[in-house]
Design a protein around this ligand. Structure first.
Ligand code: FMN
Ligand code: MN
Length: 489
């Protein structure tokens, strides 16, 4: 893999035949509508959609939907082997690469392509960018749905980057929605605002796959996503020193914005159709969120705004979230030294992180419960955790349901955990309850479930034999009856 920026990678995608150019779709509902239709019902592999000639905007100002919408694009964007690109192989290959991924800090350069156009003062006009409106009930147009918000921890100086959605407010203001517990929310609320300080912020819109992976993936608190981006690309990310914010700005991004958030300066944000398929914050009510006062916009010629179309799953980010979170869950089990893990998957139907399945080779009594309880508390991932044995493919929902319904006695194997972590997008918390708290971070809790669908280790040998032909007999029958079976199987 060798790409330095989004444009390099797009060439590879086009050569592969996964790029679809679309001309003339409106930023108001049409681009997003097309993306949604293709994501939910389209043929695989779902193409990467490049919209151009967007009515009302200069020709060449483009939007791009679905960076990681196909297994090959995940493999290519992360530098993984491209011959095995089924779901579990992606999880395994990324888990392996991540383990030895070098952390490469960014390299300061004096200038970069993102500064080709530099707009400051009265020149700042965010309305010139083709921000899509995604769904009919959305309360605004969104500039940041596949982007990175860059902030510095004022105490230690490390730089965080995360995807916290950004709504367009007017020509020089944005609204920032960082959910409770996210690094960006902690830095903003507990560090700058709690001390009455103004927070400098940079926002990269139009980012490459390594950036998108890391701005939505969880680098540990205190470690910069920049270092991981460098690691994925195999070279230090080039940055320029932000003239207003003194933050490192990615020199090869398509668009970068500099601005600041002032304590107490809030504006109505949303409503916005979210990753879980709902208007999950306060339903159709907008919610006050911090304003970003924009001081400068830098962009390349003919900038490409990267977008993510969130809606009822599967949407264009569910596959990526599933692989990313599954690999993360696997790594956390390994870090704790838990043996016997054979596979991990977060089902896309469960919004990629609310219905997670781990398969294990049971090695000691209590093993499956231990795995289930640990995974149930992985930060930001949860609701249902199912543990199955290693004869079950965790990414195959039919096999998982079979295991739950035939190996687990409900009263013994389902464990409900109360007052666990939650957040504003949780649709199982009534809107009424959320409304009591006007401003984030809100004190929200949720219960979670662990389903231990493994046969008890002590009685596994006496368990009912599985009804099905053996792999050997299957082979023999295939061989002998291939005329009958070919074209049928
Ligand atoms: C498509 C997509 C949209 C997201 N939107 C938001 C958002 O609006 N607010 C938020 O706090 N997290 C959002 N997230 C989740 C964060 O990006 C993710 O938790 C990330 O790890 C946060 O970075 P951090 O760990 O540095 O806080 C989104 C994730 C995805 C995949
Ligand atoms: Mn972080």
């Amino acid at each position: 893999m060798a790409y330095k920026c989004l444009r390099d990678w797009l060439e590879t995608v086009e050569l592969r035949g996964e790029l679809k150019r679309i001309s003339g779709a409106s930023a108001d509902l049409e681009m997003s509508g097309i993306a949604e239709i293709i994501c939910r019902g389209g043929k695989d592999p779902k193409p990467l959609l490049l919209f151009d000639d967007i009515p009302g905007y200069p020709g060449g100002y483009r939007t791009l939907f679905g960076l990681f919408g196909s297994p090959w694009r995940i493999a290519s964007g992360l530098g993984l082997p491209e011959d095995r690109i089924d779901r579990m192989s992606l999880v395994r290959n990324w888990t392996k690469r991540f383990k030895d991924l070098p952390l490469i800090p960014p390299k300061m350069v004096s200038s970069g392509p993102v500064q080709t156009n530099s707009l400051t003062g009265l020149q700042v006009d965010l309305e010139k960018l083709p921000a899509p409106r995604f769904h009919e009930l959305d309360g605004g147009r969104y500039l940041g749905t596949c982007h990175a918000v860059i902030q510095r921890d004022p105490d230690t100086g490390w730089v965080n980057a995360g995807a916290y959605r950004i709504m367009l407010v007017d020509r020089n203001r944005l609204a920032l929605h960082a959910i409770e517990g996210k690094h960006g929310s902690i830095i903003m609320n507990k560090k700058y605002f709690a001390r009455g300080q103004v927070m400098p912020v940079a926002i990269a819109l139009g980012i490459d796959p390594a950036w998108w992976w890391m701005s939505t993936g969880r680098a540990p608190w205190g470690v910069s996503e920049y270092d991981y981006v460098g690691g994925i690309k195999g070279q230090a990310e080039e940055v320029i020193n932000g003239p207003y914010t003194k933050l490192p700005l990615p020199a090869h991004a398509e668009v970068v914005i500099e601005g600041e958030c002032h304590p107490g300066d809030l504006v109505d944000e949303g409503p916005f159709g979210e990753w879980n398929g709902y208007y999950g914050n306060l339903g159709v009510l907008p919610v006050p969120e911090p304003v970003v006062r924009v001081k400068a916009i830098y962009h390349r010629d003919n900038p490409i705004l990267t977008c993510s179309q969130m809606s009822v799953p599967p949407h264009d980010s569910t596959l990526m979230m599933a692989v990313s979170w599954a690999a993360d869950m696997w790594a956390s089990l390994e870090t704790l030294g838990i043996p016997g893990v054979k596979g991990v998957w977060g089902h896309e139907a469960g919004c990629a992180k609310l219905f997670n399945v781990v398969s294990i080779e049971q090695l000691y009594s209590g093993h499956s419960r231990e795995v289930g309880l640990i995974i149930s508390q992985r930060p930001n991932v949860g609701k249902y955790t199912v543990v199955v044995e290693d004869d079950i493919d965790p990414s195959n929902l039919e096999e998982v349901v079979w295991a739950i319904t035939t190996r687990a006695m409900p009263k013994d194997s389902i464990q409900i955990l109360e007052r666990c972590r939650s957040g504003s997008s949780d649709t199982t918390i009534p809107v009424k309850e959320k409304k009591q708290y006007q401003i984030a971070p809100k004190p929200l809790y949720s219960s979670r479930v662990v389903i231990d669908a493994c046969r008890p280790l002590e009685s596994k040998n006496e368990w009912y034999p599985i009804a099905g032909i053996s792999p050997q007999l299957r082979e023999q029958i295939f061989e002998k009856w291939k005329d009958v079976l070919s074209g049928v199987v």
